[in-house]
Design a protein around this ligand. Structure first.
Ligand SMILES: *[C@@H]1O[C@H](CO)[C@@H](O)[C@H](O)[C@H]1NC(C)=O
Length: 405
């Protein structure tokens, strides 16, 4: 914007100076707004056609945002964007990077492209970032079919991984049909997932909805998760985890574990799971550990206000975990489970044993507390059972099936 003196030659000198000064301010503000450190992936070369590889534009937008001193927004407009394996690394100059996603980000159609890289979209060493909206389409179905056929297939990729990062908020993101885990939080502090949706077939292998490990201060709120594996899985080294208002199904439930895979393992502590609904899942509220020595533990766990609808194992602690009974370690679990509360859990079990505590002979479960739990079998037609092995604790209020603690 150029202001020429000649066009204002009738104005007095004072007002001229004032006007040009004023315009200079407006134009510099406009310049800030226009570049407001906003990076649109389409301006950087991404094509919303679903077939052109837009990886470079996405990584370019990240590099620009991450090197900006000011808060920066990366915008992904409507359309389908094909993105291959991409790493978004910090540390960044500002701690306010925002992704505003309106479109769909899709993985390559050929699962071999990401087959052995482990992760599709990796964020690492980032402090202060939010992601709002968007759909991530992992296109995992062909890989699941390959695995089901018994052929030799790549293991596949986690859709989105946050690693060694902090102060992350993810709002209203949808993750579809991941090849492997959908969302993984590893080695992070203060991560909030809010209004997230995760969907994959109930038959899809290892497609956990959200997996958390070695992280503290993670919250998963108001989310809907249906997959072929755990809706949420909580791995070793997770502390101060909060899960609230989550609907789970299909899937294997909300699981702490599997723990005790390694001899030296960090514990799980202070986990709250409240206001959750399970529909037709394999498990409801589960804690599982392998039957082998380990320094791992799980303590101070609260399961509160849950509704089960036709769940195979509504309440379960399994310290002889060994899926498909292949290569089972067959030892006593070293994982110590203590102070686990089940409060206000209601609904129906799809099997006769609705409550099962199978704890370690070496480290019996202690401080289990059951209060106001009523689970029936086959919609009240038959009484459900509870089974306890090496489990100690107390029951309060109405507990049905009656407590075996
Ligand atoms: C337990 O975790 C919650 C967050 O999930 C946190 O607010 C609370 O302070 C933690 N309690 C302890 C004793 O650390």
């Amino acid at each position: 914007m150029a202001l020429t003196l000649s066009s204002h030659s009738t104005l007095g000198v004072a007002s001229l100076l004032f006007i040009s000064f004023h315009i200079a301010i407006i134009s510099s503000q406009a310049a800030i707004a226009a570049t407001a450190d906003e990076y649109n992936v389409v301006s950087l070369g991404a094509k919303p056609d679903g077939v052109t590889d837009s990886t470079r534009a996405f990584v370019g937008a990240w590099l620009a945002a991450c090197s900006s001193e000011k808060p920066a927004t990366i915008s992904v407009p409507p359309g389908r964007f094909l993105v291959g394996g991409a790493t978004f690394s910090g540390p960044c100059k500002s701690n306010a990077i925002r992704w505003r996603i309106q479109g769909v980000i899709t993985a390559p159609a050929d699962y071999n492209v990401l087959g052995n890289v482990g992760t599709w979209l990796l964020f690492q060493h980032v402090d202060g970032m939010s992601i709002s909206g968007g759909i991530l389409d992992g296109r995992g179905a062909a890989l699941w079919a390959c695995k089901a056929s018994g052929k030799n297939c790549p293991s596949g990729a986690t859709t989105i991984l946050f690693s060694n990062s902090r102060n992350i908020v993810v709002r209203k993101l949808t993750s579809l049909n991941s090849q492997l885990f959908h969302i993984v939080i590893n080695g992070c502090q203060n991560v909030r997932l809010q209004g997230v949706k995760v969907f994959a077939s109930g038959e899809s292998p290892n497609t956990d909805g959200v997996h958390v490990q070695l992280s503290s201060g993670v919250a998963i709120m108001s989310s809907k998760i249906g997959t072929g594996d755990d809706c949420v899985s909580v791995g070793a080294g997770t502390t101060n985890l909060w899960i609230e208002n989550v609907a789970c199904g299909p899937g294997h439930g909300i699981s702490i574990g599997s723990l005790g895979k390694d001899l030296e393992e960090a514990g799980v502590e202070n986990v709250t799971v409240k206001n959750v609904v399970f529909g037709g899942t394999q498990n409801g509220l589960r804690i599982k550990s392998w039957g082998r020595p380990s320094t791992g533990f799980a303590k101070n766990i609260l399961f509160q206000h849950a509704i089960m609808s036709n769940v195979k194992n509504p309440i379960v602690i399994d310290q002889n975990y060994c899926p498909n009974n292949i290569n089972c370690p067959g030892q006593f679990s070293g994982v110590k489970i203590s102070d686990v509360t089940y409060q206000d859990i209601h609904g129906t079990s799809a099997t006769e044993v609705a409550v099962k505590f199978d704890c370690s002979p070496k480290n019996p479960c202690t401080g289990i507390r059951i209060e106001d739990v009523k689970i029936t079998y086959r919609n009240d037609q038959q009484p459900a059972q509870a089974s306890c092995v090496n489990a100690g604790g107390l029951a309060f209020g109405l507990v049905q099936p009656s407590s075996c603690l």
